[in-house]
Design a protein around this ligand. Structure first.
Ligand SMILES: [Cu+2]
Length: 120
């Protein structure tokens, strides 16, 4: 039993070493990074380059006054563990900033932000 545990943790640490360079960064998003959209999106979806650890991930959406306007329900896409989703209220035209905090399954944390615009 003790040997099995030792072997298991050895395999885990080797796996860890292989993944050491794999941090989660934004692959693409909906609305797209820097885009202008005419229809108000119901959600912001962000595709990351790695599988995410949902408990430590967050998407925040701020309006141009810097107020947080998302519904605070950041969650993973049930079908794709690389995708974070947060719901939005009805948006008025303006520029919105998405701030993301991502922790990949290798426990590395990355952060960043991007904007999109809702046209009148
Ligand atoms: Cu990493």
């Amino acid at each position: 039993m003790r040997f099995t545990l030792f072997f298991f943790s050895l395999v885990l640490s080797l796996t860890d070493i292989q993944k050491v360079s794999a941090h989660a960064f934004v692959d693409h998003a909906e609305p797209a990074v820097g885009s202008s959209v005419k229809t108000t999106p119901k959600t912001v979806r962000v595709w990351f380059t790695e599988k995410l650890e949902p408990a430590f991930c967050r998407l925040s959406v701020l309006n141009s006054a810097g107020a947080k306007i998302d519904k605070g329900d950041t969650h993973l896409d049930q079908l794709n563990p690389n995708v974070l989703i947060v719901s939005l209220p009805e948006l008025k035209p303006g520029i919105f900033k998405v701030i993301w905090v991502a922790v990949s399954v290798d426990t590395h944390k990355t952060t960043g932000d991007f904007t999109f615009q809702v046209l009148p």
